[in-house]
Ligand binder design. Structure first.
Ligand code: BG6
Length: 472
């Protein structure tokens, strides 16, 4: 691995901060959404008002990161802390101060900040009054928000991520894009329009970042889970190819080429979808493609796909594949309690695949495993997490050292415990345990898990020593 490889981890602030309406923050979709539990999981949702209180503990949490030897740390700026309503004339100074202090503290500790600009945090007012990114006005508000943030942090933040898991916007539209399907709109129409609008938002952010801080590096980001065909029947292979394009590749295809790919145009044409997409927007997408520095993605698992029996109509069949909820399982892999299958080779495959397809530097900005764990006498023996990381880091090393992938860094998920995207504390991801329960805040104290020391050693040896021989 290169000497300047960026080892570290990432966090979604809206899931960790709490600090509910403090210092002028407004409500956002993560605060207000009613969550649907993951399939097969009994709901044990937490209130987001305190989360894991990162708002008040951020220096302590960054100290842990420094102790682990982080070279980089990715966090997100909560949109409704800066623009509490979203359509505010002026940004909230206290919100900007907060994140600038955070960036200064990271720099003081020698940690490179990597900043995400929208991560499940659309201001609630923009969601309710405008229907989020389905409304073009929201793209303007977003561009303005990005400008306020970049103006404040320019020269300090080198790596920006425009939009967390942009490909999931049409699939989890309320959380990821603050939008719901309006009455009378087909789901496929919403899919197409939201894809275009979020791509325009991404492109506008690229334009702002490169104009305000030309030295900064900007990347787009996907939530990547490759689909494999469950069988070698041609219909399953074709179904999988369609799903991968529409679910995974589409945003990167647009961001890197600066235009809509043929398969997406065919998809719309077959359904007589005529999205709103004007010449100015086309131009901004095209221009931004020339300025994009890297491609970032999260990776947790792979998935499998088959075609559907008994659907003869092609459009109907494609729609069923696109919005498939069968949750098919790959018989070759184990999974965590939430059914997320563990497939480290899929990470190596994704790195090679993206690198060959796009020929751009890549950045892994999320990778980790959620585990329901208990602390006993101040200790958490999370060997399952260490095992997951050993496998995935080994795969990353193969992709870099043997397959020649240009990789900027590897950011694990996550430095500290926080609430899952489904507002659960039970599904923990951190190297540091935060002492709270789902209904009781306890004392919110921080404790180093066993994996903390494992990752510290991994970073200190630049990924060479991955053995689980930690004295704990
Ligand atoms: C990614 C998100 O989808 O996966 C994170 O960017 C999220 O915000 C992570 O926390 C893990 O998913 P979950 O649902 O277990 O929190």
């Amino acid at each position: 691995m290169k000497k300047d490889f960026l080892w570290g981890a990432a966090l979604s602030n809206v899931q960790a901060e709490g600090g509910y309406l403090e210092d002028g923050k407004g409500l956002n979709v993560y605060d207000t959404l009613e969550v649907i539990p993951e399939p097969g999981i009994a709901p044990m949702f937490c209130d987001t008002a305190v989360a894991t209180d990162h708002y008040h503990h951020y220096k302590e949490d960054i100290n842990f990161m420094a102790e682990m030897g982080f070279k980089a740390y990715r966090f997100s700026i909560v949109w409704s802390r800066i623009h509490p309503m979203g359509d505010d004339e002026k940004p909230n100074k206290k919100g900007l101060d907060y994140y600038e202090d955070m960036v200064d503290y990271l720099l003081e500790k020698g940690i490179e900040p990597v900043v995400s600009l929208v991560h499940f945090d659309m201001p609630d007012h923009l969601a309710k009054e405008y229907n989020g990114f389905l409304n073009k006005k929201v793209i303007d508000f977003y561009a303005k928000h990005v400008e306020s943030v970049v103006e404040r942090l320019k020269g300090k933040v080198k790596y920006w991520i425009t939009y967390n898991e942009i490909n999931l916007a049409p699939f989890h539209s309320n959380l990821v894009a603050g939008a719901v399907c309006p009455e009378g709109m087909r789901q496929t129409e919403m899919y197409a329009q939201l894809t275009i609008n979020t791509e325009v938002a991404h492109a506008r952010a690229v334009e702002v970042i490169k104009r305000v801080d030309p030295q900064a590096k900007v990347g787009g980001m996907l939530g990547h889970a490759p689909f494999y065909p469950l069988t070698c029947k041609s219909e399953d292979i074709i179904a999988t190819d369609f799903k991968n394009k529409m679910h995974n590749y589409l945003p990167f295809d647009i961001m890197t080429s600066g235009r809509l790919p043929g398969y997406f145009k065919t998809f719309m044409k077959r359904r007589n979808i005529e999205p709103e997409f004007n010449e100015e927007e086309k131009k901004v997408i095209y221009e931004s493609s020339k300025k994009l520095d890297y491609l970032a993605f999260s990776y947790y698992r792979s998935n499998v796909m088959t075609s559907f029996e008994g659907i003869d109509d092609l459009v109907e069949l494609e729609d069923a594949i696109l919005f498939d909820t069968r949750g098919l399982k790959n018989p070759n892999y184990g999974a965590n309690e939430w059914g997320w299958q563990i497939d480290e080779e899929g990470l190596r495959y994704s790195l090679i695949d993206f690198y060959q397809r796009y020929e751009k530097p890549l950045f892994i900005v999320e990778n980790g495993i959620g585990i329901d764990e208990q602390m006993k006498d101040g200790k958490v023996y999370d060997d399952e997490r260490i095992d997951y990381y050993q496998r995935h880091v080994s795969s990353v090393k193969c992709a870099v050292d043997e397959d020649g992938v240009d990789l900027i860094g590897y950011l694990a998920w996550s430095p500290i415990d926080f609430l899952s995207s489904h507002k659960e504390i039970r599904k923990r991801y951190g190297f540091v345990y935060v002492n709270r329960d789902f209904d009781d805040l306890l004392d919110l104290k921080r404790y180093r898990k066993k994996s903390f020391y494992w990752y510290q050693k991994c970073i200190a040896t630049n990924g060479e020593n991955l053995e689980n021989n930690i004295e704990y």
